[in-house]
Design a protein around this ligand. Structure first.
Ligand code: AGP
Length: 609
């Protein structure tokens, strides 16, 4: 998620803007830029780190007392110099920085280009600068009114900050769904996408409310709604230190990212469903080619692999295509039967995991259509694939994958439904029903997050367990695998996930008095079988923690502890069911005094074999 900083005041803007951007680095970024007003407008931007930007800054940027800065986490257009923010209008005197997504930018872009505007980037943001330019020129408005008029034409979620060399004393900021904070200093005002950027300069801030516009000057800030009606927001006092502020007040990035799952799922669905049909513009494999596909392969590692297992169940059920899913490091060293009639999904949060990358390359060399599912625009995997489906989860800082797991599953559900749509294996109404269920997921995940206190109490009891088993059937099985992986990587307890039916073939020997068994037992077609498996482990002394569907008294009667989650169709259920399992791992690790963001021996992105 991009970082935004705007400064107007009596000091030099550039050092303050750069320091603000440094404080926002934790949000993740792949390019950075600044625009400083000092008579004219000086813009500098670069792909890479802030240091790369600082290396190209002109001395002319040093004088101004008003400026904006941005760290970009690419969503539309690769992370290049050209796509970095700020973006300017045709006059080069107006600059815009943006966090979020302008959903209708393609239509706006086409119109602007037709009308003679020169668009220099592939981003959604650039259209905003040109739209404001139009309002300024055609309607003779001042900057603040021109911005207010422009945002009426924008769809999506965004925070914007705009400055112009023609109104050198003010910044205009807008908040529609993406955050924007106004720091009120002594003779200065700072606009920022997050609190850390204003800390150290002021403790008074106004977090803008939905649909508010701020006009900031050195003397203060005036806030209105989008129609220009004056609002009177009360400033709050911020007494966080920088580290705490970067985590939004959470004790860890992981916990914050668990809470971000509803929004991440929503962002991943945005713009991909129109009138009940799936529109995956980025899936640049033709429907004809998709109709010729006879087999699908999924390659991935770790958590991404678990998301692929869920996808296997969904693709096979909705399209009747056989799906082979394999751990990437195994796939790449065998001789899978691939060809032009196969489709390979390579799933990777980072897009840089070497095993997944090599497996994907192998598939492509053998003629398979390669679709990447990744969270990282411009990553190696994204660049090398025939098509990319981005998970719009935003940067994930915690080493343990949480919100990217949820969005990997949702993205692959979309691919599965798209295949069903293209191949005609599901009626449009059936697809529309599943899409409605996908749209309902954020609210259900939110309810599951509400189990936090209950999960913590359970974690207290099992914080020193020696072994923990996770069992599930059908899509409960990948959820069990993911629960076990989260627990072992964060708490260093021994945990294993098993298909519940497999227990009797060996693992049940591990069950003795007091061994905790986490059973994924939500209502689905194999639910009665799960109840039998719970009884089997109970009979051998296990203490069962069951994740069940809300209101289920039958499973509750068998288990020692129950965690109730909202009813969800079984192919989508892992998105909801995994939440209490993430929380369990988080709480046990915290109770054991461990760093959940940086578990030992692990790297966020595994770029060596
Ligand atoms: C999950 O919590 C892990 N951090 C790990 O299993 C991860 O999912 C795996 O290394 C794959 O990473 P990728 O999605 O970036 O390819």
């Amino acid at each position: 998620m991009c970082g935004i900083v705007g400064y107007v005041g009596r000091d030099q803007a550039l050092p303050i803007v750069l320091e603000g951007l440094r404080r926002l680095e934790y949000r993740g970024y792949d390019s950075a830029g600044v625009a400083i007003v000092d008579g004219g407008l000086t813009v500098a931007k670069r792909a890479g780190r802030l240091a790369d930007l600082e290396a190209v800054l002109e001395p002319s940027a040093l004088g101004g007392r008003l400026g904006v800065g941005h760290t970009r986490w690419a969503t539309h257009g690769a992370p290049t110099d050209r796509n970095a923010h700020p973006h300017v209008d045709c006059t080069g005197r107006l600059a815009v920085i943006h966090n979020g997504i302008i959903e209708n930018f393609q239509g706006l872009r086409a119109r602007l280009a037709k009308e003679g505007h020169e668009l220099a980037s592939e981003t959604d943001t650039e259209v905003v600068a040109h739209l404001i330019e139009e309002r300024l020129r055609a309607d003779g408005l001042g900057l603040a009114d021109a911005v207010r008029r422009t945002v009426r034409d924008l769809e999506g979620a965004y925070a914007l900050v705009v400055c112009s060399a023609d109104e050198p004393d003010l910044l205009v900021g807008v908040k529609v769904a993406s955050p924007l904070v106004v720091g009120l200093g002594d003779g200065e005002t700072i606009l920022a996408s997050d609190v850390p950027a204003v800390l150290g300069r002021t403790e008074r801030a106004i977090p803008l409310a939905e649909g508010q516009v701020v006009v900031a000057t050195a003397a203060g800030a005036s806030v209105t709604d989008l129609e220009g009606r004056r609002a009177r927001p009360r400033p709050i006092r911020i007494d966080w230190d920088v580290a705490r502020a970067q985590k939004g007040g959470y004790d860890s990035f992981m916990r914050k990212e668990i809470d971000e799952q509803p929004a991440a799922i929503r962002d991943t669905l945005v713009g991909r469903v129109v009138d009940g049909r799936i529109v995956l513009d980025e899936l640049r494999v033709s429907d004809d080619a998709l109709r010729e596909v006879t087999k699908v392969f999924v390659v991935a590692c770790g958590t991404a692999f678990h998301s692929g297992l869920v996808a296997k169940y969904a693709i096979e059920h909705w399209t009747r295509l056989p799906v082979e899913i394999e751990i990437a490091s195994e796939f790449r060293y065998r001789d899978p039967v691939l060809g032009p009639d196969t489709l390979t999904l390579a799933v990777s949060q980072s897009g840089e995991t070497i095993d997944t990358l090599e497996a994907a390359r192998h598939a492509r060399r053998q003629g398979s259509h390669l679709v990447a599912v990744t969270n990282t625009v411009g990553s190696s995997l994204a660049r090398e694939a025939d098509a990319v489906l981005y998970t719009h989860a935003g940067p994930e800082i915690g080493v343990a994958a949480t919100k990217t797991f949820a969005t990997q599953m949702v993205s692959q559900h979309l691919v599965a439904l798209y295949l069903a749509q293209a191949r005609g294996t599901k009626f449009p109404e059936e697809i529309a029903d599943v899409l409605a269920e996908l749209a309902a997921l954020p609210a259900k995940v939110q309810r599951a997050i509400g189990l936090d206190d209950r999960v913590r109490a359970i974690a207290e009891r099992y914080r020193d367990a020696r072994d923990v088993l996770f069992i599930g059937r059908h899509t409960g099985y990948p959820a069990a695998l993911e629960g076990a992986l989260k627990l072992k990587e964060l708490s260093y307890l021994h945990a294993e996930g098993y298909p519940a039916g497999e227990l009797k073939h060996g693992p049940i020997a591990l069950v003795e008095d007091g061994v905790p068994v986490v059973a994924v037992a939500t209502r689905c077609h194999v639910y009665p079988k799960m109840l039998s498996n719970i009884q089997e482990v109970k009979a051998r002394g296990a203490e069962v923690i069951a994740v069940v569907t809300e209101g289920d008294v039958e499973a509750a009667a068998l288990a020692d502890h129950v965690l109730e989650v909202p009813e969800t169709p079984e192919l989508l259920a892992p998105v909801v069911v995994t939440v209490p399992l993430q929380l369990l791992a988080y709480h046990i690790a915290r109770l054991r005094g461990l760093d959940v963001d940086r578990p030992r021996n692990l790297a966020k992105s595994v770029t060596v074999e």
